[in-house]
Write a protein that binds this ligand. Structure first.
Ligand code: GDL
Length: 698
């Protein structure tokens, strides 16, 4: 087999918009019963496709060569016919990329045989997936193909033709998101090969800017479409949770403008591993898919912050939760999962609890005995709270955010709880409110765990237990701060129970890592700009000088011409070379937007330029660092990353400490170093008035 030489048409395909679900996550695949349930829902909600791609199904990926046994065949035949019954297009995907030798005709024949078998089961649509595989080709393939993309495209085109050019045939590239493309989407030779050589009838899957994309913009899709020469089918990982066992996503489909729809070939969500909790993910995505079609027919009122005029995530969520509530109350369970009849508490009544369905054998407590345990029914408010606690990968729901903010405030103002101050009354009232919010979580847990539909509950159980405990610890902490809890509350003593230190070994590893490991959504809301930090190279000199000059002229630290020079100015202007491994640059989409430079030994420079920095200072802080950012860098997280990197190099050279010179007028950097916490102002008699020196020990 040789490299394909097909020219693709750039006309947008006229086939229907693909919408639905991809079962494409790692871990336990869904059961046949769950998949059938999915088809019913898809049909009800107007979705038309299911892509079968469970990563850990043996014969989909690891043992892709093996044919299905008779029993498996029967199951697949039944499933495919169920999909048909519910007007859902069943696409069978196979992932041969772990170990296939592309250039071996026997391998290609094996792949065809496997897909022929599935075709015999009644399947008409297929997909070849090359995600998450080794990108280095084996020597035999290197000989036969000029690149990995050529190898994949050749086999895909051949299989597509072999199967009779099915109406739907999807290809998942190895570089399936912008973050994987080198050096960029528009310059990726891999994607260009796919765009140029993949037959036009084959559609391409794409996850957006990242594997789990926070936002998918129209521009980003236009860019990739022009390289691929066709609109992509989005494989959306927004609700996927296979990468973190502590998270599940119950928030609405969000941050994909509905203007995207006409630019796409389709959208498939790869949701949470747990089947039942995907009600919201799929329901809201279905609402999004309908958004354009229903524009004009509906009167969609948007709040100010919602810019999409066709789709409101908040409204879609409420609608989904309202429908989901009915599912929770559904007692139609397979044997073994049905809970005993519900005993419902009567609302605000002092009569005996209303027992709706107490059978003849039910125990009735006598006078003076314990009353039977009663459960309040689950409410829409509970489900809304549940969704807000387990919202989306880059965002907590509003209630979760408020709880974090309140805990943070209560902790930072704890002196008001300990002694009477101006804020004591406010502290108490906010502590009380925090306690009520925690209680609402506990009540939600109680009502959920009594919900009749045990299948949904069991899928959610670990998560709701976890959050109940997490909230419980925070609540106990606030009580202790307010002097209302025992001082030896679990979290405060030195020998806590295991639930006082959560996260296991993986959590421990994470807590040891700088920045990324300690990242949380509350303190580090996601950046919409992607920054990269890399070592400075000689070609950056001009850019660094340009930024320096620009900042001198009109940046925040604008400098009067009469001002005393700084050592940092010499470094930034290129008059002093930085020490080895002590220079970094920051880049965003537009280019270099900041830099950090350091001198491991600043004594010579100080003697020349800044005599006020005397030996006593240099004894404790022998090194210097400077950091400059263009005003467009609003987020200071990348600057923190640069300081961290530079200080660790300086420390690596054996230095005891480092200082920085700042001008009073440079509020942004003064604020920045102050907030870092580790830098303290160093008082120096002979220092010019407009200069501040801050130092940190290493
Ligand atoms: C991936 C995998 C997917 C997985 C997801 C989230 C694609 C194309 N492949 O990279 O199987 O579920 O991340 O972890 O998304």
């Amino acid at each position: 087999m040789s490299d394909p030489g097909v020219t693709a048409a750039s006309e947008p395909s006229t086939k229907r918009f693909i919408s639905g679900v991809v079962e494409g996550f790692y871990g336990r695949p869904w059961t046949m019963e769950q998949r059938t349930e999915l088809f019913k829902r898809e049909q009800k909600w107007g979705l038309n496709t299911y892509l079968y791609a469970p990563k850990d199904d043996y014969k989909h990926r690891m043992y892709w060569r093996d044919l299905y046994s008779n029993r498996e065949a029967d199951q697949l035949i039944a499933l495919i016919s169920k999909a048909k019954e519910h007007e859902v297009e069943f696409i069978y995907a196979i992932s041969p990329g772990l170990d296939i030798t592309f250039s071996n005709p026997k391998e290609v024949a094996t792949l065809k045989r496997k897909l022929d078998q599935v075709k015999e089961f009644g399947c008409k649509s297929f997909s070849l997936l090359f995600d998450d595989i080794e990108t280095e080709m084996c020597p035999a393939d290197k000989q036969a193909f000029s690149s990995f993309a050529h190898a994949q495209v050749a086999i895909t085109n051949e299989v597509y033709k072999h199967l009779g050019e099915p109406e739907t045939f999807l290809f998942c590239p190895t570089d399936y998101c912008a973050a994987f493309c080198t050096p960029s989407v528009s310059q990726s030779s891999y994607l260009h090969t796919v765009g140029d050589s993949l037959l036009p009838g084959v559609d391409v899957l794409w996850t957006g800017p990242k594997v789990v994309s926070h936002v998918i913009s129209v521009e980003s899709i236009e860019e990739v479409s022009s390289v691929l020469k066709r609109p992509p089918v989005i494989w959306d990982n927004i609700h996927a949770n296979d990468y973190d066992p502590q998270r599940i996503f119950l928030g609405p489909y969000k941050d994909r403008p509905s203007d995207l729809i006409p630019k796409l070939k389709g959208v498939l969500t790869n949701p949470n591993c747990e089947f039942h909790p995907n009600f919201v993910a799929i329901h809201t995505m279905a609402a999004w898919c309908k958004a354009m079609a229903e524009e004009g027919q509906r009167d969609v009122e948007m709040s100010d912050e919602e810019q999409d005029h066709c789709y409101s995530p908040q409204k879609a969520l409420t609608q989904a939760l309202t429908d989901w509530l009915q599912e929770f109350l559904n007692t139609d369970q397979p044997t073994g999962t049905c809970r005993p009849p519900t005993r419902l508490k009567k609302e605000s009544s002092d009569e005996e609890p209303m027992q709706t369905d107490v059978g003849e054998s039910s125990y009735v407590p006598g006078p003076g005995e314990n009353p039977l345990y009663t459960a309040e029914p689950l409410t829409l408010v509970d489900l809304n709270l549940l969704s807000e606690l387990f919202y989306l990968p880059y965002e907590h729901g509003p209630t979760a955010r408020t709880m974090l903010q309140e805990l943070d405030w209560l902790k930072n103002h704890r002196e008001a709880a300990a002694a009477e101050t101006d804020t004591t009354a406010e502290w108490r009232s906010r502590a009380q409110h925090f306690d009520e919010m925690c209680e609402a979580v506990v009540q939600m847990f109680n009502r959920l765990s009594n919900a009749p539909n045990r299948r949904i509950l069991y899928d959610l159980y670990d998560y709701i237990c976890d959050i109940k405990s997490g909230v419980g610890l925070a609540r106990a902490y606030v009580k202790t701060l307010g002097g209302r809890g025992p001082p030896s509350a679990q979290l405060m003593n030195n020998d806590p129970e295991p639930w006082g230190f959560r996260g296991g070994l993986s959590g421990e590893f994470q807590r040891m890592l700088p920045c990324h490991g300690n990242r949380d959504l509350f303190r580090h809301p996601p950046m919409s700009t992607v920054y990269s930090i890399r070592p400075y190279c000689p070609e950056d000199k001009m850019e660094v000088q340009r930024i320096f000059r620009e900042m001198q002229r009109d940046g925040e630290g604008k400098v009067p011409t009469t001002a005393q020079p700084l050592i940092s100015d010499g470094l930034s202007a290129g008059e002093l070379p930085p020490s080895a491994h002590c220079a970094l640059v920051l880049e965003d989409e537009m280019g270099v937007c900041g830099f950090a430079l350091g001198l491991t030994d600043a004594s010579q420079a100080a003697a020349k330029i800044q005599k006020a920095v005397c030996d006593s200072v240099l004894g404790d802080f022998p090194s210097l660092l400077t950091i400059r950012l263009l005003p467009r860098v609003a987020d200071l997280a990348p600057a923190k990353g640069m300081v961290g990197g530079l200080l660790s190099s300086i420390r690596g050279c054996g230095s005891k400490g480092a200082f920085c010179e700042l001008r009073h007028s440079d509020r942004k950097m003064l604020d920045f170093y102050t907030k870092l916490g580790s830098f303290k102002i160093i008082q120096m008699a002979a220092l010019p008035e407009d200069i501040v020196i801050m130092g940190t020990c290493l």
